[in-house]
Each structure stands twice: as C-alpha cells, then as structure tokens.
Write a protein that binds this ligand. Structure first.
Ligand SMILES: [Zn+2]
Length: 119
C-alpha cells in the first residue's frame, strides 16, 4: 500500500497535445482537497497554481507548434481534470500550445475543451 508520503502527494500529469509522453510531476496536495467535492474556489486556485508553476518550463522544453495551425506556439492553454479524492490523487492537465495568447487558436482550444470535458 502507498505510504504516508505518497498519499499526501498528487500525481500531476501534463499531457501536451502532440507530445508522445506526458510530463509527470508530484506535488503536495492540501488535505481539504482530498474529497469528492472539494471547496470549488480553493480547488480552482490549486489547479491554476500548478498550471502557472510549470507553464514556462513546459513551454520552453521544446519548440511547440500551435495545436490548430502551423505557427510556432507562444503560449499554453491548460485544461486540468482532477481526481484528487482517489486513493492515489491524480490531476491530468491537457495542454494545447497556441500561436497567440487570446488569439483565434487560443479561443478555439478553450471552446473545444469546454465542449469535451465536464467538471
Ligand atoms: Zn494557431
């Protein structure tokens, strides 16, 4: 069985569109989020904090191409799905590289994820 340390950590899986393998990080997770329906504002803050923490590192790890057009990506759109109440907590962050923050491909990425995922 997982030891105490494992239970207090969440596996944060960053899946970049077009990347062959996910980037895996382990982060300490607040106990109050380890429930089926965590306080929403706090959960969103935690997820946004994780995305912000690794955003530049992921963006700079290779020359990404926009998910929606042939242009070089300059930003990332994060769409995290969380399973923090699991015995081994998991967050899957679907990341779409976009050619312009706030541009058409950015908007298309957000629209697609909003349609495909339910929280
Ligand atoms: Zn684009």
């Amino acid at each position: 069985m997982p030891n105490h340390t494992a239970r207090d950590k969440v596996r944060y899986e960053i899946r970049v569109h077009s990347a062959p393998t996910p980037i895996i990080k382990y982060e300490v997770i607040p106990l109050e989020l380890r429930v089926l329906h965590p306080p929403q504002a706090q959960a969103i803050r935690f997820l946004a904090g994780l995305a912000a923490k690794y955003d530049k590192q992921v963006l700079n790890s290779r020359p990404w191409v926009c998910w929606n057009c042939p242009a070089r990506a300059v930003g990332l759109v994060h769409t995290p799905a969380s399973y923090m109440h699991n015995p081994e907590p998991l967050i899957i962050d679907i990341v779409q590289p976009v050619c312009a923050n706030g541009g058409a491909c950015d908007a298309a990425a957000r629209k697609m994820m909003a349609e495909e995922m339910n929280f």
